[in-house]
Design a protein around this ligand. Structure first.
Ligand code: GUN
Length: 315
């Protein structure tokens, strides 16, 4: 466990699922593989397409290309203006598809209004689809023979495995049915013989359903939504949320009471919090991911793993 999290352990019972630590070892494994591919020709190459100026997307994309380069891969970002017509974006995707130098292609989401993310995913060469969003890759995952799995979903299962959280036979509840996290993680856990319930905004008796979970995965994008009443004693709680709060007023009442949230906003003017109320939940949970430092670093590590895989499959 990283020293950084010692303050969390002192105050809480749950063991920390340390994504940052695991991501480091996964990135090292990628670097070794990238070097062996490079020795036989060019290193694996990732192209990211970024449309517009969304500040969070710009930060994520910079982290992705930097991590790729640090792991011995080639990486570049093609930046397109907000105003680009949807047809021109699809042309840019096709240009990457037919570029022999590109192994992995990712179009950063969310796209500006007017673009159809589904049409973009459909247009990506399924052999270069390191995001795992092309219907061919979605179908392979649904059939239990995954090729490219969306990075966050793949990272969650790596994190559970690395910490020996048993999946087979476990009750898993996934909160959120997005194409990028909720649905693929439900499919992965199903293929690993968990009993999976996929919940969403219309699910009735949500806390009661969540309390069944041995493994609870929160991916709904609502700060501090999952509180103690959602969690069975000893459960593994995986928090996918990355919510930025710029003031105490922006926090829900339960987080406003947290000394840590108050102090961080007072000193830094902002805080990143997950979908789980960490302070409330961690005394009951068996395992829990911190935010930041839980699932986030694994998303990038799995993107690199997918890029190396694409290079291996293509060559
Ligand atoms: N935006 C936030 N997460 C992701 C991701 O995993 N892939 C893409 N393409 N966009 C994202």
């Amino acid at each position: 466990m990283g020293l950084v999290y010692s303050w969390l352990v002192a105050a809480n019972r749950a063991r920390i699922l340390d994504g940052a630590l695991l991501a480091k070892s996964l990135r090292e494994r990628v670097r070794v593989e990238a070097e062996s591919i490079a020795a036989r020709g060019a290193p694996p190459f990732l192209r990211v397409i970024l449309v517009g100026e969304n500040a969070a997307s710009m930060t994520y994309v910079a982290s992705k290309t930097r991590a790729a380069q640090e792991a011995g891969c080639g990486a570049e970002t093609i930046r397109l203006p907000d105003s680009i017509p949807p047809k021109r974006l699809l042309d840019e995707v096709r240009r990457a598809n037919s570029d022999e130098a590109v192994d992995g292609l990712l179009v950063q989401l969310p796209l500006p209004a007017g673009h159809d993310p589904r049409a973009v995913a459909d247009a990506v060469d399924p052999g270069k689809d390191v995001d795992g969003l092309h219907p061919e890759n979605v179908g392979l995952l649904a059939q239990g023979r995954p090729r490219f799995v969306p990075c966050t979903a793949a990272g969650i299962v790596e994190l559970l495995d690395a910490n020996a959280v048993g999946i087979e036979g476990a009750e898993a509840v996934v909160l959120g049915r997005s194409e990028i996290v909720g649905k693929p993680v439900a499919a992965l856990l199903t293929s690993r013989n968990a009993t999976v319930t996929l919940c969403h905004s219309r699910t009735r008796n949500l806390p009661e359903v969540c309390r069944r979970a041995d493994i609870l995965i929160a991916a709904i994008g609502r700060a501090g939504f999952v509180t103690r009443g959602f969690v069975k004693e000893g459960a593994a709680v995986v928090d996918v949320g990355i919510n930025r709060l710029d003031s105490l007023d922006a926090a829900p009442p339960n987080l406003r009471r947290s000394a840590r949230v108050k102090e961080t906003i007072a000193s830094k003017g902002r805080i990143l919090v997950g979908d789980v109320d960490f302070d409330d939940v961690s005394p009951a949970a068996g395992w829990i991911t911190p935010v930041p430092g839980g699932v986030g670093p694994l998303t990038i590590a799995m993107l690199l793993a997918n890029t190396v895989k694409a290079a291996r499959l293509r060559r």
